[in-house]
Design a protein around this ligand. Structure first.
Ligand SMILES: C[S@@+](CC[C@H](N)C(=O)[O-])C[C@H]1O[C@@H](n2cnc3c(N)ncnc32)[C@H](O)[C@@H]1O
Length: 615
């Protein structure tokens, strides 16, 4: 129940972000979003998404914090180095081989974070092409939804630690030192264009040869992944390549891309018939002058009728032959000269079947009539069989203008029919045997089917846990970086504290008077060197003990009242002279001053005692 409510509250939060800020996170995976938003809740000590929504509404600045928490900018140079090596050694040579010598090369790093991926692409392409050709031919578009990340990427400036994954020779060739930083070389940097682009909402960069979108799709849910992939399909040239991140396998659910190498997540567009393009080409041909078009149309009709694979003769209502197609001419000895002759004068009118009654019936009943399997002796005394059909040609529902007589050669089917009957008997027996084999197969098949389904489910689960783990890994990395910073700050503070302590101790130790500091319970906190010298007890023997219980040469009992007053804070310094005996047993009058130990809030937190040997 709590989960359902949380789910609803999270959706309400996402709707608010979309409505008020125009940022649509509804296409992101809920598991990851829930973790990231909860991180903000923890930091702000809020109880639920509802509280957080109210917080957001009253503090517009919080939106930036949430945005930065949701968008994980973790990246590194040559991330998954084996895949980059495959790109360099196998894909880029193939890509370049398909291009003319000076032809431009267009690349897109989509979801570029701090720019490491775009600069890795630049180094790889410059290595393959040479620096000059790289500058002349290559354009790398690098985009991200996160403006801060894009601003950082534009600077191309990285720490030595950031550059660790870059091989030293590449680092020396492509980066210049600037104080403690390394900056990407200016001439090559000009080939990279950084920009702010939302993959879910904005139009993609187009005419691409290589599209690199790594570890970004995995934050989206399936539906959004599918939409983004459709855009990528449009964006890529037909021979272009798509390079995804290690955990991104969900292409299985779409048919628009085909793997080139599944292990390294490189894909190409699936070839498909582009009907629209074909129609456009058709629309651009012909249509130069009307006459040409009409005569071409007539010729086309003739060719179309001639191309019909059955014999056809058209006879008008005055019994004149209007048309005899090629099959009719070849099979029934008609010629072009027969067109216009009365149909009753040609043999076909009577053989293989008397057609005049059929023609009269079709015209009278205004529907096709026919006869099946009409036999006609062929050239080698081999009989041929025809299905004859006589169809009235009705002009828009008006009177019949004539009839179309078609002769469909069914000899092959008749022959087949005979053979079929023979085979049928044999089949009958075989069928029964098959039947039982089939049943066995069916059972095996069903078992296989369920095994395959189980495997598919396991695979999907593995896939999504893999993505989940990858996401959590990135989150951990970012938390780790934050912890590192906190740790560094703590170290600094500890150093400062140590220095202050040493300083304080040296002041107390250097005092020529015995200095004793007590807490509010009169337990000894500080016992300096002079006090040790006076009373013969070491600091570690008295620390934490009640001062009034100490067995020293000073009559401490006489100090009870002044000490209590100091602790109560209603008394200023008390000066006393007490009969004392030092550690060597020598009696002397000991001047003692005690006054309250005041904290910054001016409240007494203890007592300071000063004791002299002289006097
Ligand atoms: C984990 S980083 C990946 C960086 C780099 N591609 C890599 O593999 O090292 C994911 C990036 O995707 C960006 N991103 C998230 N949603 C996006 C969207 N809708 N459009 C564009 N970029 C997005 C984030 O800002 C983040 O910089």
């Amino acid at each position: 129940m709590k989960d359902v409510e949380d789910g609803r509250a999270l959706e309400a939060l996402l709707e608010h972000l979309r409505g008020s800020r125009g940022f649509d996170f509804t296409g992101y995976k809920r598991s990851s979003l829930a973790r990231r938003v909860s991180k903000r809740l923890q930091m702000l000590n809020l109880q639920g998404y509802g509280d957080y929504l109210e917080y957001l509404e009253t503090r517009p600045g919080e939106f930036t914090n949430l945005f930065n928490t949701i968008l994980i900018n973790v990246s590194s140079f040559f991330r998954d180095s084996a895949a980059w090596e495959y790109l360099r050694a196998e894909i880029l040579p193939e890509l370049l081989a398909a291009k003319a010598e000076a032809e431009p090369i267009r690349v897109w790093s989509a979801g570029c974070a701090g720019g490491q991926e775009a600069y890795s692409l630049a180094m790889t392409l410059a290595e393959v092409l040479g620096a000059d050709a790289f500058c002349q031919r290559v354009k790398i578009y690098a985009t991200d939804i996160d403006e801060d990340a894009v601003t950082q990427a534009r600077q191309g400036s990285y720490s030595a630690q950031d550059l660790e994954p870059v091989p030293p020779d590449l680092r020396d060739r492509y980066f210049e030192r600037a104080a403690a930083r390394h900056v990407f070389r200016k001439e090559l940097r000009q080939a990279i264009i950084f920009g702010n682009l939302n993959l879910v909402q904005d139009a993609p960069i187009s005419r691409l040869d290589l599209l690199v979108c790594r570890n970004t799709l995995m934050y989206f849910n399936l539906e959004t992944q599918r939409q983004v992939l459709a855009r990528f399909h449009f964006a890529l040239n037909d021979a272009g390549f798509l390079f995804l991140g290690r955990a991104e396998m969900l292409l299985m659910h779409t048919s628009v891309f085909t793997p080139v190498n599944l292990k390294h997540r490189v894909f190409v567009k699936t070839a498909k018939i582009d009907l629209r393009d074909r129609l456009m080409i058709l629309a651009q041909t012909g249509d130069h002058e009307a006459g040409n078009r009409v005569s071409r149309e007539v010729r086309l009709r003739e060719l179309a009728v001639d191309g019909i694979p059955v014999a056809q003769v058209v006879v008008d209502t005055s019994d004149a032959i209007v048309l005899a197609n090629e099959q009719a001419r070849v099979r029934f000895g008609l010629s072009a000269a027969d067109v216009g002759r009365p149909f009753r004068e040609v043999e076909l009118c009577y053989r293989p079947v008397e057609l005049r009654p059929l023609i009269e019936q079709a015209v009278a009943e205004r529907r096709p009539v026919g006869m099946a399997n009409v036999e006609r002796p062929g050239p080698n005394a081999q009989a041929r069989y025809y299905d004859v059909q006589v169809a009235p040609l009705l002009d828009d529902g008006g009177p019949a203008l004539g009839v179309a007589i078609t002769f469909t050669d069914v000899s092959r089917y008749a022959q087949l029919h005979e053979e079929l009957e023979r085979s049928n008997a044999e089949l009958e027996t075989a069928y029964e045997e098959l039947q039982s084999t089939n049943e066995e197969l069916q059972t095996t098949n069903e078992e296989l089917q369920s095994t395959v389904e189980e495997l598919e489910t396991t695979n999907e689960e593995l896939q999504s846990s893999n993505e989940e783990m990858e996401t959590m890994n990135e989150e951990l990395q970012s938390t780790n970086q934050e912890l590192q910073t906190t740790n560094d700050q703590l170290h600094g503070r500890t150093d400062e504290l140590n220095r202050a302590n040493v300083f304080l101790e040296s002041i107390v130790a250097s005092m020529q008077s015995g200095v004793v500091v007590l807490d509010a319970n009169l337990a000894v906190q500080i016992w300096n060197r002079k006090a040790e010298d006076l009373w013969g007890l070491r600091a570690d023997e008295v620390r934490g003990q009640n001062f009034l219980n100490l067995d020293i040469g000073l009559p401490v009992e006489q100090l009870r009242t002044p000490l209590r007053e100091c602790v109560a804070g209603n008394s200023g310094p008390h000066e006393l002279r007490l009969e004392a005996r030092n550690r060597r047993g020598k009696a002397f009058r000991c001047p003692v001053v005690c006054f309250p130990l005041a904290a910054p809030d001016n409240q007494p937190h203890g007592v300071i005692l000063l004791m002299e040997e002289g006097g």
